[in-house]
Design a protein around this ligand. Structure first.
Ligand code: ZN
Length: 595
């Protein structure tokens, strides 16, 4: 597809199973490959044969994944190209739904395989250098431990009667998105989306900010009852799904579904408590400084996004080429190997960064799974947020580059809790050299905004997570009880913001948090990862070389080890308690004082 900035990239390894000529966007050509794998499972009579089978399955997955990514990238880079759209939709509508049951059939064959127990004796060093000496045999880890655990879990959790409920759930989620997507307001004679209204909250004119905020709040409140109705239907469906799977509540189901084997609901509850005791004082401090700088009696909800000193926005660069060159300079200073990685992205044209007409919004990092190279997409317009985004997405890209030598597709990706350590660490480590973009005073302002953003994120994460814990463990609660539970959380984590006159908006303020509706329980991952990133940063303050070495070592593990091992390899603890958080917030606080 010539719509891609990079041409045909060579596969990292020659194919051994998927024919070179196969069109992976054409289901009739893909189906026989799955059929062959299904038939061959029974023929695998040794560990070596089962491993060969897993690698062939892995090769097919990587090829399908790359096909899907190429179409997605082409579509998002050219939203105005009908051919790109058609190719993308064809894959989503005609290939993906067919692939899903085939994957599940292979998973079932794997779990029931007679050689599986033998396979699980394979040490972690398979295909790499032999590590464990006989003396340490008891400590030998199993190469397939994580893969096996996740596949087994997926098979065990599956209930045919939940398939129809999942379809219902998807429909309700779509209804929610439609409801939110249709929200517009008439503001000063013009129709505007609520996303467009966001920029008024950065306006220095307080009356204008208030007017904009209130118009949006009124509009959201019009749909409050509908949001509640959709959500109550979702709770019902989810609770039923959990019960069908033999679990007491949907929280337990969601933890299993997300393969959260390495931390429990109780750990998350402890995390919420630690945020309250260790981070809320820093949040109140930041809010108090803001209030003083703005010379206000009280902070109102429309006073939180504007620059408290009414300065014009930072302008880090004018042209995207300049952004890339300066980012390269930052990585040259962070670490030689990572700098080479970023240079590769430039050389292979694995970047589409500038905002232009006909491009999808937002930013993402995608991986071309056969070539085993990353791609970064974003919409740079010359603001500080762009610098944060390129550092963040580069961290994800370094992760993909680091796992290049891993042959098992499933292990080239890590759990989200650790993926975000890779990216968020790079924001903090890169920010150390942000003078490449700014004069010293501006560099400090950028660092301050970034660090404050990190601190202020934790309490909202705690609200979103703790609220869902409450919801799904209080079966049969009323709407009033749910509201009371939410208000209690807003009191714990909302800080010193005066909502008077807008109490109804405050109690409904979670309606705009898409995750609660569409991706239940998916949010705490960012809090866990942010702790890891702060630890990597703290380590780099003590010993930069070692911190970078550990970071790269952990990235190279991909998803081959359980979460605590990935964190430990990166030089981080895997605890979300007050003892872990305290020194990190102290470091951020003392840093803020210097800026
Ligand atoms: Zn990310």
């Amino acid at each position: 597809m010539d719509l891609l900035p990079f041409g045909k990239l060579p596969a990292a390894k020659p194919r051994a199973f998927v024919p070179e000529t196969a069109d992976l966007g054409d289901w009739p050509q893909v189906a026989p490959l799955f059929d062959e794998l299904k038939a061959r499972a029974a023929q695998a009579k040794s560990v070596a044969e089962l491993e060969r089978w897993l690698l062939d399955w892995s090769e097919l997955n990587a090829a399908l994944d790359e096909e899907s990514s190429r179409r997605y990238i082409a579509m998002t880079c050219h939203t105005d190209n009908a051919e790109a759209e058609k190719a993308f939709l064809h894959f989503v509508e005609n290939v993906e739904p067919q692939v899903k049951p085939c994957q599940f059939a292979l998973e079932q064959l794997y779990v029931a395989h007679p050689m599986r127990a033998e396979l699980l004796k394979a040490p972690v060093a398979v295909g790499q250098k032999k590590a464990a000496s006989p003396r340490h045999k008891t400590a030998t880890k199993c190469r397939y431990e994580v893969f096996d655990r996740d596949v087994k879990n997926h098979v065990e959790l599956f209930r045919p009667e939940n398939v129809a409920l999942e379809t219902e759930e998807a429909k309700l989620c779509q209804q929610y998105q439609k409801l939110i997507g249709a929200q517009t307001v008439n503001f000063r004679g013009e129709e505007k989306t609520l996303v467009q209204m966001g920029r008024y909250l950065e306006e220095p004119d307080r009356a204008l900010r208030q007017e904009a905020w209130e118009v949006v709040a009124q509009r959201r409140l019009q749909d409050a009852d509908k949001c509640e109705e959709i959500f109550e239907a979702l709770i019902g469906l989810r609770t039923q799904m959990a019960r069908n799977a033999g679990l007491e509540n949907y929280r337990d189901y969601a933890f299993r579904q997300k393969c959260r084997f390495d931390y429990t609901p109780a750990d998350c509850v402890k995390f919420h408590g630690a945020i309250e005791s260790e981070i809320m004082p820093a949040v109140r401090q930041i809010q108090a400084e803001r209030r003083e700088q703005m010379k206000l009696e009280k902070l109102r909800p429309w006073d939180l996004a504007v620059d408290p000193q009414n300065r014009p926005s930072l302008k880090p660069f004018a042209e995207v080429d300049e952004m890339v060159a300066r980012t390269q300079k930052i990585f040259d200073r962070v670490d030689g190997e990572l700098a080479t990685g970023f240079r590769q992205l430039r050389d292979l044209k694995l970047l589409d960064l500038e905002n232009r007409k006909g491009k999808a919004p937002g930013g993402y990092q995608s991986t071309l799974s056969e070539a085993r190279v990353p791609f970064i997409f974003m919409n740079a317009v010359g603001v500080q947020r762009d610098v944060e985004t390129i550092l963040h997405e580069s961290g994800h890209a370094f992760h993909a580059q680091a796992t290049r030598r891993e042959d098992l597709y499933a292990y080239r990706g890590a759990p989200i809790e650790f993926c975000e350590v890779a990216s968020m660490s790079m924001e903090l480590l890169g920010n150390e050299f942000i003078e490449e973009f700014y004069a010293p005073a501006e560099a400090n302002r950028a660092r301050r905004t970034h660090l404050e953003g990190i601190i202020l994120f934790f309490p909202w994460m705690a609200v979103v997570d703790a609220f869902q814990h409450w919801i799904y463990t209080h079966a049969g609660h009323t709407r009033q009880e749910r509201q009371a539970a939410y208000l209690e959380l807003m009191d714990r984590f909302g800080g010193d913001v005066d909502w008077s006159g807008w109490e109804k908006m405050r109690v409904n303020s979670w309606h705009r948090q898409l995750h609660i509706f569409i991706h239940p329980f998916y949010y705490v991952e960012y809090g866990i990862a942010q702790l890891g990133a702060l630890e990597v940063w703290a380590n780099s303050r003590r010993n930069r070389t070692k911190a970078l070495k550990d970071y790269k070592k952990a990235l190279a593990l991909g998803g081959s080890r359980p979460l605590p091992e990935l964190f430990h390899a990166a030089g981080c603890t895997f605890e979300f308690d007050a003892a872990t958080i305290k020194p990190l917030i102290e470091l951020a606080g003392s840093e803020l004082k210097k800026l």
